[in-house]
Design a binder for this molecule. Sequence first.
Ligand code: FAD
Length: 488
Amino acid sequence: DPAIVWFRRDLRLTDLPALLAARDRSTRALAVFVLDDALLRPAGSPRIAFLAGCLRALDADLGGRLLLLHGDPVEVIPQLAHSINADSVHVSADFGPYGTQRDDAVQASLAAAGVPLIRTGSPYAVTPGRISTKAGTPYKVFTSYRRGWLDHGWRSPAATTADSLAWLDPAELPPLAGALRCSALGALPGIGDERDGPALPPPGEAAALRRWRTFRDERLTGYDTHRDRPDRDATTRLSPHLKFGCIHPRTVLHDLRESPSSAASVLRSELAWRDFYADVLFHRPDTARRNYNPRFDAMRYDAGPDAEAAFDSWREGRTGYPIVDAGMRQLLGEGWMHNRVRMITASFLTKDLHLPWWRGARHFMKHLVDGDLASNQHGWQWTAGCGTDAAPYFRVFNPVTQGERFDPDGDYVRRWVPELRHIDGKAVHRPWARGAAAPLFSVNGPVSADMPVSVGTPGYADTSAYPSPIVDHAEERVVALARFGEIR
Ligand code: FAD
């Protein structure tokens, strides 16, 4: 009897232990992906378009034999297993809150029909829950997690080849509710057309490997020194590919194994963050929605029409702080944002606008092509101060000095904020400081050169299309610290 290989966040054919497990039981297999509305709904069109591209690439690699099923996996997977008289269903394990529950339900339903759900491997180098502190408790601090992670290590990439399985042709199956072919993907409501949205990275396994190898050979040297610079193309940009498993982190780690360079060690560390957050979410699934540190449950946030207007300005990249606006516009324009700028924009929302992290996290999850529950919610919580590592919670990023430090020539801001393109160099981070034909007055009086002006300031002489700062960072920093003080 044939095996079913149910693809989820592992849209590749090499180094896929679940394929090996399927081959151990059967010579024939059916490849399937379930379009599950519960997962599609929170994703914006760029991520869905990228997913659709990855599915088309996988389908092509399978010789056009990927079956798509639209529906609830808890219903459609057991139906499929029944209709082809499957021997077993194979997956890479999912450790997210939704995926765990879904898989348990599918497993129970399959078991009733005598078909095992076999979970082999995971999207991580070190499986969530695998390592713990000496006391046997989950890690709460990244640096100790990383030590345990390095000590534990990971397997070498599995030598899988899809050729060792004969793939069933979906066209020869009995009719199935919700079944469609990849060629029909674009017609599905909500999937849309890839050409409608931002320019996306090339999808699929071959593109992911190409991206990684080019980076490894041409830009890995320098990663450690330049990775914080949003004006440069200095990071791997593998996050969308890792999100959908077009490449496994093991492949990257394996290639880095013999490199003693600091660049290799920093990149390993970044991949450890990905595993760390998955581990944290596995142990604390509630933190997808709630504060990791419950003390923050008492945090006071702003609310009301002004807070809503501020949220809109942040979302649309109209805060009047150039690095924040550049980041928010990169998110809308590319479906991706540089890590340093993710931290700056998240800090701005939570500490300058005093809005809850989960509102920002939801906006990111909608627009990021790499949107990943564990990395996103915990990246947000870390920045907001309520997450792991008790990151100095009282640290409030200054959006102007951060901009000057990490975008020192202003190129990143000018790329994303055309209203400021006429300002040369790093002066672009302080547009209010420009010598101007018109006097610079805020509603509260004259504006000093190094202080952003208050809400309601009229436009600048040369930058009239660009908004004035919606808040005064120095004032909001004091407010943020006072509110932290209230919950200490
Ligand atoms: P590189 O610097 O090349 O790093 C290589 C890989 O390491 C990344 O692809 C990623 O898988 C992993 N990595 C790097 N930094 C981190 C980190 N801080 N946390 C977890 N993994 C990391 N990453 C996501 O993949 N999805 C998200 O939804 C996401 N949301 C974030 C939200 C906030 C507020 C913050 C501060 C960070 C978030 N990150 C998220 C982490 C990080 O910003 C991205 O992984 C990174 O910018 C992706 O670009 P890259 O692949 O070029 O990174």
